[in-house]
Write a protein that binds this ligand. Structure first.
Ligand code: SF4
Length: 328
């Protein structure tokens, strides 16, 4: 992360672990794949993608017998569809343990939906091999990763289909990557305060109460910053899962515009406030008012401007052209 809040952020290249079949690798039970063009054509230009396949990687081979989840949602077993005596739960769990060190270094993980190994939610589960399937389980590998690394930005592919969910995932991926970089490089006491100040507008766009709570935590913490940091980053990533709202965005945008006031010409500022008003009324899209504030911030080069990460929390080439709030 750029340590100087007067400059737009410089983006590091985060590592994202991904189900190998989504990257086009022919590792599915039938030898096929489920390549997602967004991953291989767009995200790959900005993010280091690391492939993993729990089923092929745990020695089940390609092609292989399809498996399904049987039992209760809290502790399902992965059994071969055509031979329920073949239980592959343990190899899948072992594979998760073997990849744990690597996953700790990653800034996020994106898994294939519906898979009895990789699916994060809504995977088909049967009480017995012949019972009716219900969508209520988590895949064996996904559950193991979630239990071991609860703070890791972990999602399944369908978050990419919904603009605000995709935005939230990218936001958490890059925020956690900046945090990992901070842990590696920063030594001074003020590191946590600076990190918090730069991320606070992103929090306030989702929850003002959470923003105040995190600020109190940072200000009152007596522990060395990297010890205080673990509960901090978990709470921060948790808030960033929530959708932003138009009203909260408007408040953040206004306060950032006000912070530029002494350095921006009065007519430019008046125009910016008119655009903010139009955004609040719903007659101007978020992207327009966002771009207007970015132009003003560049002109102002304000030393205390803390809105750069709010304006560009991840590389602009990944930004969706649609608004990023759930409400819009
Ligand atoms: S869903 Fe997971 S286990 Fe299945 S082929 Fe894809 S990467 Fe492998």
């Amino acid at each position: 992360m750029d340590s100087d809040s007067t400059l737009p952020p410089v983006f590091a290249r985060p590592t994202l672990a991904v189900s190998a079949c989504l990257l086009g690798q022919p590792v599915r039970y039938d030898g096929g794949h489920k390549r997602l063009a967004y991953l291989t054509d767009t995200l790959a230009a900005q993010v280091e993608l690391v492939a993993l396949c729990p089923e092929a990687g745990s020695g089940l081979g390609v092609p292989r017998a399809p498996i399904q989840l049987i039992g209760d949602a809290a502790h399902p077993r992965a059994l071969a569809v055509h031979d329920p005596t073949q239980d592959v739960t343990a190899p899948l769990q072992r594979y998760a343990r073997e990849r744990l060190a690597e996953l700790r270094q990653a800034s996020g993980c994106l898994l294939k939906r519906d898979s009895p190994s990789c699916g994060l939610r809504g995977v088909k589960l049967r009480a017995s091999p012949t019972a009716r399937a219900r969508r209520r389980a988590t895949g064996i590998f996904a559950a193991a990763v979630q239990a071991q690394l609860p703070w890791l930005p972990l999602e399944q592919e369908d978050v990419l289909d919904v603009p605000w969910r995709r935005d939230s995932f990218l936001l958490r991926l890059y925020t956690y990557s900046r945090w990992q970089e901070l842990l590696r490089e920063a030594s001074e006491r003020t590191a946590l305060e600076r990190f918090h100040r730069l991320h606070l507008p992103l929090v306030m766009a989702r929850s003002q109460a959470a923003g105040r709570r995190l600020t109190r935590y940072v200000q009152s913490s007596r522990h060395p910053w990297h010890h205080a940091g673990t509960p901090y980053i978990q709470a921060l990533l948790d808030v960033l899962r929530r959708p932003a709202t138009r009203a909260r965005h408007h408040r953040v945008l206004r306060s950032l515009a006000d912070s530029l006031q002494p350095r921006v010409a009065a007519p430019v500022l008046r125009q910016l406030h008119a655009q903010l008003q139009a955004y609040e009324n719903g007659s101007l899209p978020f992207s327009s008012v966002h771009a207007a504030l970015r132009r003003c911030a560049h002109q102002a080069t304000a030393a205390d401007f803390c809105g750069w990460l709010y304006l560009d929390p991840y590389p602009p080439s990944l930004r969706d052209t649609k608004p990023e709030t759930a409400a819009e």
